[in-house]
Design a protein around this ligand. Structure first.
Ligand SMILES: *Cc1c(COP(=O)(O)O)cnc(C)c1O
Length: 480
C-alpha cells in the first residue's frame, strides 16, 4: 500500500528517529547566519540541548511532526540562542507605588552618577593612587571630604552596604565585650538581618535593656558595667511602636555614654541627608542631627533615601572612624570602584540642594504631586482602557504609595494611577493573575500591585510614559 502524502501526515506525532543529528541541523542554510553571528560553540551547544529536549518529547509521543522540519528546527534554535543571550537582570517599570523598592533594585541612579560610572570604568582611574604625591592613596578619600562637608562629621568611611557598616562598627568597637540596645529596637529587616544575630556575628554580647514599648535612661545606666564597650540606637525602619511608649533619644544617651567614657553608635537605616519636610514629605532623621546630638558613629544606606548605589556610609568622630577603618573586616567589606564612582557623583549633587529635586531621581519621584499623577492617569486612561477591554475596566484612582525600603513605615504618599478590574466577578482572581502576568511578560515588564480585586498601576514611578504606552498593543494582543 502506498504511503499517504505528506499533508495527511501533518498533525501526527514525530518519532525520535525523525530528528536530525546536530551536524545536519547546523548545515541547514538558515542556521548558517546564526553560526556566522554567534560562532560554533554557542550555536552547536544550543542545538544539542534543543535536539535532546525534542527527542525526549518525541519518545513521550508529544512532539508534532511539524516541529522536526528543517525550517521549524532552525527557527526554534534561533529563539533558543536569543533566550540564552538575553540578560537575566532586566529593566522593569515600577508601578507598585513603592518608590525605593528593594526587590526592584532600590534607588535609581542620577544621570551624573551614571555618567561618572561609565567614564571611570572605561579606563584606569586613581582609585587608590594619590595624584599629588604619586604614591599610594586610599579609596575612602574619594568620598570622605564630601561626607564630612555634608554631615558635619570629623571623619567618614564607606563599605559595601549598611548591613556591613553595622557589622563592622559593632565588631570594631565592641568585639569580645558588651553592646547595649533597647528591646524596642532589636529590629529584623528583610534578608535575615536581625540585630541579635548581627551582634553575635560581630562577636559582641548583646545586652538588652527596657521593654518592647518603653525604655528609660536608667535602663541604660544600670546595664553599663566594665564589660560594656558600646551603646547603640537602631532606627525602627520597618515598624512603629505606638501608644504607651518611651525611648531615650540620642542626645540623652550620648551624655550617659560619654559620662562613662563609652561611644554611642546610631544605625539610621535609610537616613536622609536633607530635611524631607522641606519638600512636603514625612520627616526622616538625618545623620547630621544625630552627630550633633553626640553620636560617635552614624551608619546609613547608600541606596535608600540617599538615592545612590548600594553602599554603607559610616560617619563620626575621628577616633571611632579610625578604629573602624583599621579593623580587618573593613577590607572584606570594602566598596568596589563601580558603586564608589556612583556614590561620589551622587553625594556631589547634595552640594547643590536647590537643584536636588530635579537632579536626584529618588527625590524627583517622591516630590511628584498627586495632581500631576492624576493628570497623567487621565491622559493614559483611553489607551489603557482600550488595551484591556473587554475583559477589564480601567479607571483613574487616587492611591496611597510609600517611600519604601524601611523608611517611614506608617506614612503614605498621596498618589494616583489606574485601576484595572475584571468585568466578570466570576473568576476575577484568575483574571487578575493573568493580567498581572501579561504585564510582567512585556518586553519592558510592568510591575503593579493587586488590591481589593483590582490591579493597581501607581504612576509615581512612570516619569516617561512612552515606553509604557508603546507596549499597549502587545498587551492587548496577549489578553485577547
Ligand atoms: C536597611 C537597613 C539596614 C541595612 O542596610 P543595607 O544597605 O540594605 O545593607 C540596616 N539597618 C536598618 C535599620 C535598615 O533600615
Amino acid at each position: 500500500m502506498p504511503r499517504p502524502p505528506e499533508s495527511v501526515v501533518d498533525g501526527s506525532k514525530a518519532e525520535a528517529k525523525d530528528l536530525p543529528a546536530v551536524d545536519r541541523l547546523l548545515r541547514e542554510p538558515v542556521v548558517a547566519a546564526l553560526l556566522h553571528e554567534h560562532g560554533h560553540t554557542l550555536v552547536a551547544g544550543e542545538a544539542r540541548l534543543l535536539l535532546d529536549g525534542l527527542r525526549s518529547r518525541a519518545r513521550a509521543g508529544t512532539l508534532d511532526r511539524a516541529a522536526v522540519q528543517g525550517l521549524a528546527l532552525a527557527a526554534a534554535l534561533g529563539t533558543q540562542v536569543q533566550r540564552r543571550l538575553a540578560p537575566r537582570l532586566q529593566r522593569v517599570l515600577n508601578l507598585t507605588g513603592t518608590v525605593i523598592h528593594t526587590n526592584l533594585g532600590r534607588a535609581l541612579l542620577a544621570d551624573a552618577a551614571l555618567q561618572h560610572v561609565l567614564a571611570m570604568m572605561a579606563g584606569p582611574n586613581n582609585l587608590e593612587y594619590d595624584l599629588a604625591s604619586g604614591g599610594r592613596g586610599d579609596r575612602d578619600s574619594i568620598v570622605e571630604e564630601l561626607l564630612c562637608t555634608l554631615t558635619g562629621a570629623e571623619a567618614a568611611t564607606v563599605v559595601n552596604n549598611n548591613a556591613g557598616a553595622v557589622l563592622l562598627t559593632i565588631a570594631a568597637l565592641a568585639r569580645g565585650q558588651e553592646c547595649i540596645v533597647s528591646r524596642g529596637e532589636l529590629v529584623e529587616i528583610g534578608g535575615a538581618f536581625r540585630m541579635p544575630d548581627v551582634m553575635a556575628a560581630a562577636g559582641a554580647t548583646l545586652v538588652e535593656v527596657g521593654t518592647t514599648n518603653r525604655t528609660h535612661p536608667q535602663d541604660y545606666e544600670r546595664a553599663i558595667t566594665d564589660r560594656t564597650a558600646l551603646l547603640m540606637k537602631v532606627h525602627t525602619s520597618n515598624y512603629a511602636v505606638q501608644g504607651f511608649t518611651a525611648a531615650v533619644d540620642e542626645a540623652e544617651l550620648a551624655s550617659i555614654a560619654h559620662a562613662r567614657g563609652l561611644p554611642l553608635a546610631s544605625d539610621l537605616g535609610s537616613g536622609s541627608l536633607i530635611d524631607l519636610a522641606a519638600y512636603g514629605l514625612p520627616r526622616e532623621p538625618t545623620p547630621q542631627e544625630k552627630l550633633a546630638a553626640g553620636c560617635d558613629v552614624v551608619t546609613f544606606s547608600g541606596d535608600k533615601l540617599l538615592g545612590g548605589p548600594q553602599a554603607g556610609l559610616i560617619v563620626g568622630s575621628r577616633a571611632a572612624i579610625t578604629r573602624i577603618r583599621k579593623y580587618p573586616l573593613k577590607r572584606a567589606l570594602r566598596m568596589s570602584k563601580l558603586p564608589l564612582a556612583a556614590l561620589e557623583a551622587t553625594l556631589r549633587l547634595y552640594l547643590r540642594p536647590e537643584r536636588l529635586a530635579q537632579d536626584l531621581p529618588t527625590l524627583r519621584l517622591l516630590t511628584r504631586s498627586a495632581e500631576s499623577l492624576r493628570a497623567l492617569a487621565t491622559a493614559l486612561l483611553p489607551a489603557v482602557a482600550a488595551a484591556v477591554a473587554p475583559r477589564f475596566d480601567a479607571q483613574v484612582v487616587d492611591l496611597l504609595g510609600q517611600i519604601g525600603s524601611g523608611s517611614l513605615p506608617v506614612d503614605r504618599l498621596p498618589s494616583a494611577g489606574l485601576a484595572l478590574a475584571p468585568v466578570q466577578k466570576k473568576g476575577a482572581g484568575r483574571a487578575l493573575d493573568a493580567l498581572s502576568s501579561a504585564l510582567r511578560a512585556l518586553p519592558l515588564p510592568v510591575i503593579g500591585r493587586i488590591a481589593d480585586d483590582r490591579l493597581l498601576l501607581d504612576l509615581r514611578g512612570l516619569e516617561d510614559p512612552q515606553p509604557f504606552t508603546a507596549q499597549l498593543p502587545q498587551l492587548q494582543e496577549c489578553l485577547r
